[in-house]
Each structure stands twice: as C-alpha cells, then as structure tokens.
Design a protein around this ligand. Sequence first.
Ligand SMILES: Cc1cc2nc3c(=O)[nH]c(=O)nc-3n(C[C@H](O)[C@H](O)[C@H](O)COP(=O)(O)OP(=O)(O)OC[C@H]3O[C@@H](n4cnc5c(N)ncnc54)[C@H](O)[C@@H]3O)c2cc1C
Length: 324
Amino acid sequence: MHKLAIIGAGIAGLTLATRLQGKAALTIFEKSRHPGGRMATRRAGPFEFDHGAQYFTARSGEFRHFLSTHFDATGLQDWQPGTLTLSEREKPYRRPWFEPHWIGVPAMNSFAGALPVREAVEFQAQVTALTDTESGWRLQLHDGRQRGPFDWVVVTAPAAQTSHLLPAELAMQESLHRVRMSGCFSLMLGFQEPPAMPFNAAVVKDSPLAWLAVNSSKPGRTGPCSLLAQSRNDWADANLEQPRDRVTAQLLSALGRLLPELPEPDHLDLHRWRYAATTEPLGLDYLLESDRRLAACGDWCLGGRVEAAFTSANRLADALLALL
Ligand SMILES: Cc1cc2nc3c(=O)[nH]c(=O)nc-3n(C[C@H](O)[C@H](O)[C@H](O)COP(=O)(O)OP(=O)(O)OC[C@H]3O[C@@H](n4cnc5c(N)ncnc54)[C@H](O)[C@@H]3O)c2cc1C
C-alpha cells in the first residue's frame, strides 16, 4: 500500500482522507491541537464561538451524498436564524434566508472531528519542509522531528502556505501564485446576562464589520450568550499588522454604533485570520504533479467556501484513486 501524507486536517484534508481510507496508508499532519481548520470553534470558560466558518451550503449532489453518508441529524443541522441587515446609515430590515445553511452540532469544529479518520491525525505537528529522497518524501516538523518516507504528499493549507512548503521549482508554483486570499478579524463577546438583540444573525453594511451572529442561538448550543462580530475582508487586509488592542477598539466602536444599547461584555477576545476568504480562486479542481507524487487542494481552488474545499478534495481523491 502506498504511504500518503496529508498536510492539514481542515475539511479538505479530512475529506481526502475519508475517501482514501483503506486504499493508502494515511498520516495527516495538523499544526493545531484540533481538527477543522477554519471550521473552528473557540471555547473560553462557559462561552463558545464558531469564530471561523459560520455555516455552509450543500448545493451539489456530491456534497449532499457525502454529508448523508457520514452525518445524521445529531452532527449536522440546518440553521435558520432571524436575520437583519444592519447599517450605520440606514434603518435595519429583515433579510430572507432561503436555502439550508448547515452547521456542525454541538459546535462547528465537531463536524470535521466526526469524520472517521481522526486516529490518522498527528496534532501539533506543523510541517516546515519537504525533502525529496531516494526512498520518498521526508517531512520536517517544527520541533525538529522528522516523518517519512512517504510515497505521496498532499498539501491542503491556504495557497500561500502551500506554495511556501512545496519545492520552488514545481510547475504548480505559478498557479499557486495566481490565487489571492483575504483576511478577517473575529471579535468574540460573551455575556452572562443575555442582552436584548433583535436578530440571531446580521449582515452589516457601511461599517468595518460585515457579519454578526449570536452564536449561542444556533441549534445545539447550551452556553450563555456569545456574540461574534466579523470584520470585512478588505478592512482586515488593511489592518492585519495593527496592534490587536487597536483593532479590538476599532471593531468595538463600530459595533457600538450599530448596537448602542449593548452592555459591556464579561468576555472579550479577538482572532486574526490572515487567510479567510478567497478573492481570486485558482479555477481548477486541484493541483497534481504525478511524476513528483505531489498534490494540493483546498477551498482556494474553487471559490473559498466549505463546499469548495470539499469539492476540491473529493475530485483530487478520484484522481489519486486512479493512480494509487
Ligand atoms: C472568519 C471566516 C468566516 C468564514 N465563513 C464561511 C461561511 O460562512 N461559509 C463557508 O462556507 N465558508 C466560510 N469560511 C471559509 C471556510 O472556513 C473555508 O473555505 C474552509 O474551511 C477551508 O477548508 P480547507 O480544508 O480548504 O482549509 P483549512 O480549513 O484552512 O485547513 C487547512 C489546515 O491545514 C493546517 N495547516 C496549515 N499549514 C500547515 C502545516 N505547515 N503543517 C500542518 N498543518 C498545517 C491548518 O492548521 C488547517 O487546519 C470562513 C472562513 C473564515 C476564516
């Protein structure tokens, strides 16, 4: 059986592993302590925040089939929030919410963690370099450990990080350099006493903020009131290197202009996503150099959403199954 290393335990890496299970000897290397990647959940005392992806769509038959194979109603639910459009200049108005918007239950990151490949993941294992040797690819980890050799390596990190890891002479580098990704700040506010809020989710216009969600109102959440405020992507790009106190103050002030009655939170935190959304995707399902036994996939191939990450990995799995 071929030995295959997958770098990243987000939805792309875990989808690929789920499809290749039993067909290759798999090891998934994940730099953080949890699976899910940007389908993330942050816990702080009693408060809980899905501070990355908010929900996802399942428009294609291939994604719906994958979801129904691996999930039942206990792990995945349709979130139908009362949604407003808020603006600093105009009156709020109700926003219709049509197709199903799926969320992991009880938390967004439990979705990825429920896929049947968790035992193949080595957590807190950041891959810092790949070396091509006669016996296969050797992986260098951040703390000096080494892994391998592997016959195949697939990288599922955001495009810039994938480019950084892969050998500079690869033909696919040119494609990776074409992809553009944008950042996002997630401001997390916890309240022991729930403040009155006229929405479960809000799309924000004319503000540094783009999205608000009462995380604790999502199905299956049990903690006290948690409010998530996400910045616009272009605002994040312009402020990525600002001190976090300044970013926090600016986003809090923007939130105060939208919700002047909001009390002081009991918990406040900020997360910076350097690569959150894909503004210019690759336009191909995946990248593959079969002579070097290297491949790359992820949301950035097809459009920067959870469903795009799934589709990219699922189609790379088809290609690899034909080669392994
Ligand atoms: C703030 C925010 C809001 C979003 N909102 C939505 C939304 O509402 N709906 C939607 O559909 N999508 C949304 N998205 C996008 C969605 O989260 C992503 O499209 C999807 O999760 C990407 O999955 P992926 O597996 O391609 O990448 P990732 O989830 O980024 O997974 C890559 C994994 O690789 C790991 N990794 C990276 N480098 C290394 C390394 N060197 N060694 C080891 N591990 C490594 C990372 O830790 C990560 O776990 C949002 C994203 C953000 C950040």
